[in-house]
Ligand binder design. Structure first.
Ligand code: NDP
Length: 260
């Protein structure tokens, strides 16, 4: 089966690092024009634009802090000016906020995680859906996490934000479905990126992590980006309102492999 996104106009938030960068590359390889959003690292975004243009693809680096609705609106305005709109939004920008037990957590840091992971995804989805509803086509895909459904001590803001992204996805999918617009999410397991460097660079932390993954290895960013390309394409034309987990079996209660 050949998947082509030829002529589609895509935007990936946090597209300059880790999973977002892999999604940008995969969308571009499938033929899409890709807007690469970043917040504080223009050099990485511009390097990716150069790489894509070197392969005759189309890409734009778009600075915006997704927690700022005015900046988000301006970013979508730049997509309109360059390409006349948007067909695919990937809400990928996210932070984990660092580990802190709830009674020791700083309120501002907790709120920041919600602002980036949830409010940022909402502001971008709102701008995208305005355009997709009127053109009666499009896909909004958010990168959630296995922590949409798995608790994580010390990361209550992160788990709360991802659980909320899951339910926001379902509700927006109901709103958009009558217009032929799909809204869905991908929930990655442990993928080796800068966000979790402290875990995979520590042998004891890595051993503990692998004990939670039936496939017994961390995932690669490309294993997420390939699934994203499938889900935003017409191959997945009947999939909406769901989080699809790409996690090596992490959400399958691996402890039960040894009996229950
Ligand atoms: P990275 O730290 O590599 O990338 C995070 C990205 O988010 C960066 O591009 C960063 O931009 C961007 N970003 C952060 N804050 C903002 C903001 N306010 N506005 C715009 N962009 C922002 O992490 P990953 O690639 O690992 O994570 C990507 C997504 O995947 C996140 O939503 C994360 O929760 C999710 N995820 C990751 C997993 C993993 O194991 N890696 C597992 C499950 C989910 P900049 O570089 O400019 O700061």
């Amino acid at each position: 089966m050949l998947i082509s996104l030829e002529g589609k106009r895509a935007l990936v938030t946090g597209g300059n690092s880790g999973i977002g960068e892999a999604i940008v590359d995969a969308l571009s390889e499938a033929g899409a024009k890709v807007g690469i959003n970043y917040v504080v690292h223009p050099e990485t975004a511009k390097k990716i634009v150069t790489r894509i243009r070197g392969k005759r693809g189309e890409a734009l680096a778009l600075q915006a802090d997704v927690t700022d609705p005015g900046a988000v609106a301006a970013m979508f305005g730049r997509m309109d000016e360059a390409w006349g709109g948007i067909d695919i939004l990937v809400n990928n920008a996210g932070i984990d906020g660092g580990r802190a037990l709830s009674w020791e957590a700083d309120g501002g840091a907790w709120r920041k995680v919600i602002e980036v992971n949830l409010m940022g995804a909402f502001y971008c989805a709102q701008q995208a859906l305005k355009r997709m509803i009127s053109q009666k086509s499009g896909v909004v895909l958010s990168i959630s996490s296995v922590h949409e459904i798995i608790a994580w001590s010390g990361y209550s803001a992160y788990t709360a934000s991802k659980a909320a992204v899951g339910m926001m996805t379902k509700s927006l999918a109901q709103e958009a479905a009558p217009y032929g617009v799909r809204v869905l999410a991908v929930g990655p397991g442990a993928i080796k990126t800068p966000i979790n460097r402290s875990v995979w660079s520590d042998p004891a932390g890595l051993k503990d992590l692998l004990s939670k993954i039936p496939l017994n290895r961390m995932g690669e960013a490309e294993e997420i980006s390939r699934m994203v390309v499938v889900l935003v394409s017409d191959v997945a034309s009947y999939v909406t309102g769901r989080t699809i987990y790409v996690d090596g079996g992490m959400t399958d209660y691996p402890d039960f492999a040894r009996g229950g």
